[in-house]
Design a protein around this ligand. Structure first.
Ligand code: AMP
Length: 143
């Protein structure tokens, strides 16, 4: 199964912030949207970085309450591992495992068109296993 299938299931579009936003803004967006990561847009539709709840927790341990006043540009990860719609879900899962992160933005050229989270990957894997088990049961019942 491809990344395309995940995006068509959850809809295209991605929640983003800009490097000049504060961490307070990121915390509010993550809470309002019930998500764990936002992409950081370069303001021209391109990808400047990614910032996740894990970055916020690390910064809280380091800077305490003043974390909220820091800028996204200070805490974001700039070297972002991405996927294309044609990549397989297994490929994306492997990138997450190797990089020890749970979010992979989907890009079309320089433009970000979606986000795949580890939750999406697990959901599709379970659906796949259930479909295989059901096919196996049908096969046994009719054999
Ligand atoms: P996560 O597990 O997604 O919360 O992210 C753990 C760490 O990896 C954080 O420092 C993120 O900024 C970083 N990170 C998350 N996703 C990616 C990605 N696709 N490419 C590179 N770094 C990432």
């Amino acid at each position: 199964m491809k990344v395309e299938a995940i995006l068509s299931g959850k809809g295209a579009g991605v929640v983003s912030v800009v490097p000049e936003d504060t961490i307070a803004t990121v915390a509010r967006v993550l809470a309002e949207k019930s998500i764990g990561a936002v992409v950081v847009s370069d303001g021209r539709g391109g990808l400047a970085g990614i910032i996740t709840e894990r970055d916020l927790v690390r910064a809280l341990a380091r800077f305490g309450a003043e974390t909220l006043d820091h800028l996204v540009s200070e805490l974001m990860t700039r070297n972002v591992v991405t996927a294309n719609v044609g990549d397989s879900i297994d490929q994306v899962s492997e990138r997450m495992t190797r990089g020890k992160f749970r979010h992979v933005p989907v890009v079309d050229g320089a433009k970000v068109i979606g986000m795949v989270s580890i939750g999406d990957v697990v959901k599709h894997r379970i659906e796949q296993i259930e479909a295989e088990a059901s096919a196996m049961r049908d096969y046994i019942a009719t054999a």
